[in-house]
Write a protein that binds this ligand. Sequence first.
Ligand code: FEO
Length: 392
Amino acid sequence: MAAIRITDKIFLVGAIDWDRRLFDELIPLPVGTSYNSYLIRGVEKNVLIDTVDPSKADEFFENLEELGIKNIDYIVCQHAEQDHSGSIPHVLKRYPMAKVVTNNKCKELLIDHLGLTEEDFLIIKDEEEFEVGDIRLKFIFAPWVHWPETMLTYYADEKTLFTCDMFGSHLATPYLYSDEDDRFKLSAKRYYAEIMLPFRSNIRKHLEKVSSYSIDYILPSHGPVHRKPEIILDYYKDWSSDITKPLVIIPYVSMHDSTEGMVKFLLSELVKKGVEAIPLNLSDVDFGEFAMYLVDASVVIIGAPTVLSGPHPTVAYAVMLMNALRTPSKGIGFIGSYGWGGKTEEILKGLLSGLRYRDLGSVFIRGSLKEEEKKRLSALSDTVVSFLKEYK
Ligand code: FEO
C-alpha cells in the first residue's frame, strides 16, 4: 500500500495484510486486515498516530519515505497491542529523537511488552491538550475497548477522531472509505462481536463521550476509514445496546445425525409458530460469524452430542466463547443426543457460569429422535415463544 492522503495534514501510512487468516491465533480473518498508522504532517513537526504490526514495518517505512519524511517527533500510542505498537521500537531506532506520547497504563504495558524505557515517553492525562508546532491534539481516555489502556485522539483543526480498534474492521480492501465497500458493515460487526462485545457497557460510555465532538472523519486502526461518521456511530449504538432482536439461534454439532434431527424438528416447530430461528452448524460456521449472531440473538438453543461423557468439544468451545463474550442473549436452552449417558448438560451449564440468563429447559435423548421425544421439543419451542413475547 502506498501512502494515502486523507486531508492536507493527515496521511494513511499503514499496510494492508491481504493474506493473514488468523488473529491472536484465535480470530478468523476471512478477508485479511490492515494496520492503519496515520502521519500528521505539521509545518515544523511530524506526529505518528500508532504504528503497524512489525511484520509490515518495511512497507510502513517505505510509505514514510515516499512522503519525504525526514523526521518523526512524536508517536502517539493509543493502544499497546502489538499490531499497532509493535513497530514503535523500529521507529525509535530510526528516529531516536522521537518520544512516545501516551498514558501511564499504556507506558507500563509498552515497557513490559516491547522493552521500551522510561526515557522514551511523554505521559499525558485524560482530556489533556497537546500542542506541537501547528498541530493541536486532545486525548480522550477510552479504557476497555478491549485492553485497559486505550485512548482516542481528537484533532480539532481537521475535525478528525483517531480511534484505534474502536470502529475498526478486519477488512483488507482496495477502498479507502468504508461507504465504498459493501462488505464493510458485516466486517465491522464481526470485529465488534469478536473483540468488544464483552465490553459493551464501556463502549456505550465512550460513545457518549465522543458525541460532544464535531467529527468529519473517524480514522480507526483496522479497515477502511469513515468519512460519514454517523453510519458507524449508529451501528455501534445499536450493537452495544443490550437490546437483542427476536431471533433464536441454534448452534450445534451432530456426529451421526441424531442431534441434527432434533435441531431440524425444533427449528420447524419454531418457524411454524412464527419465530425467526437460524441453525448454525458449528462444523461449517466460523467463530467470528457465531459471535456476530450473538450480538442479535435473544435466545440460544445449544445442540450438543455427547462425546466421552461430555459435550462435543466444538460445542464446548462455542459455549466457552459465549461465556467469554458475555453474550447479551437473554434465554438459553440445551438439546442433544447421547449414546448411553454422560454429563453434557451439567458441563455446558458450568461453562456458562459467568452469564445471567433464563434457563429455557433441556431436552437430551438417547440415540435418534422418537415420536414421544418430539413432544418435549415442541414444548421447548412453546417455552421459547412465550419467552420471546415476555421479553418483547
Ligand atoms: Fe488491533 Fe487490540 O489491537
